[in-house]
Design a protein around this ligand. Structure first.
Ligand code: ZN
Ligand code: ZN
Length: 326
């Protein structure tokens, strides 16, 4: 399927100077023969493979009772039915929202001067600082956009779907209204696009690394598990599942994605910190009790927080009703 025009794109490239991955990159564009199609297909396939590839291990973890000791809301294991419903909704979004956006992405990326088919690819020293910047930007964007989605009408019509699960699981990371996928997805895309517009120096390869890591972050944050080796125990400002699980449980705290600093600076982690302190104190108070009693105590505190969250959600929805009456 070698296409003469695509081959011309690589006319000046010294094939022998390329690394293995660069050769594969070039071979893919030559094989597909149309750069727009090649980028679109690669982006969509990568997203599907990483999303489900990263979710499947969590489905397995949920099926093995041994891991329950690290489950944040141990009493709430997703059922097969829930997992299947979730998968269907996620696939619908992927095909109806993400596929068209991904398709439009290549022309848009090129308009901003992003490199796509070009080799060589950026080195670690080039992409690592870019990816770090995209993480910081997305986290900030998400923090404010997510809070806006908790405002009455937006919550009722859009964000409520994502809050269907008060104890999330990996697959539920992108379980959301198509409008939410578009709104919050902007935070993921806008960083690279702005960066490219400002510096004219970005390869789509850097963006792929960013998107893969962002998918890992989102899926892990919804996993419902906090292991002793989870990243947040090494990087104290990393959010992880322990942080976002609480958002689903308590509804009113922890709006950011990757980092804890926005919630800390603006005080939207007050209930979360109070809850953590309460659990710790209560566990210390019954230090000598059996593990079972300690778990029971934690369940009780958790149920209180969740009940409070349900009340807060009802209030957001009720506030809307009031506005309508006035
Ligand atoms: Zn939310
Ligand atoms: Zn969530």
């Amino acid at each position: 399927m070698h296409n003469a025009t695509t081959a011309a794109l690589y006319a000046d490239v010294d094939y022998t100077s390329l690394s293995w991955i660069e050769q594969q990159w070039m071979a893919w564009y030559l094989y597909i023969g149309n750069p727009i199609l090649a980028t679109g297909l690669m982006s969509f396939l990568m997203h599907e493979i990483v999303y489900f590839g990263r979710s499947i291990p969590w489905i397995i973890v949920d099926a093995i009772p041994y891991f329950r000791r690290w489950k944040l809301q141990a009493a709430k294991i997703p059922t097969k039915q829930e997992q299947w419903e979730c998968t269907k909704q996620v696939l619908f979004s992927h095909f109806m929202v993400e596929l068209p956006v991904i398709w439009l992405f290549h022309p848009m990326a090129e308009a901003f001067g992003m490199r796509t088919y070009e080799v060589p690819l950026p080195t670690f020293r080039e992409w690592a600082p870019q990816v770090a910047l995209f993480f910081v930007f997305e986290d900030m964007f998400h923090y404010f956009a997510h809070q806006a989605l908790h405002y009455g009408p937006l919550y009722k019509h859009i964000h409520k779907i994502h809050h269907k699960y008060s104890a999330p699981f990996g697959l539920a990371a992108e379980y959301a209204h198509p409008a939410e996928v578009a709104i919050l997805g902007t935070g993921t895309i806008a960083g690279p696009v702005l960066y490219c517009a400002l510096t004219s120096n970005l390869h789509i390869f850097s963006m792929y690394i960013w998107i893969v890591l962002r998918l890992f972050q989102a899926i892990d944050a919804h996993s419902g598990y906090d292991f002793p080796w989870s990243l947040q125990h090494w990087l104290p400002f990393w959010s992880g599942a322990e942080h976002h699980d609480f958002h689903h449980m308590a509804f009113t705290n922890n709006f950011s994605t990757s980092f804890r600093w926005w919630d800390r600076m603006l005080g939207t982690d007050d209930k979360y910190l109070a809850y953590r302190a309460r659990v710790k104190a209560a566990k210390n108070a019954i230090k000598n009790a059996s593990q079972e009693d300690r778990d029971k105590m934690e369940q009780k505190l958790m149920a209180e927080v969740e009940a409070e969250g349900v009340r807060a959600e009802a209030e957001v929805l009720r506030g809307m009703e009031k506005q309508k009456v006035q």
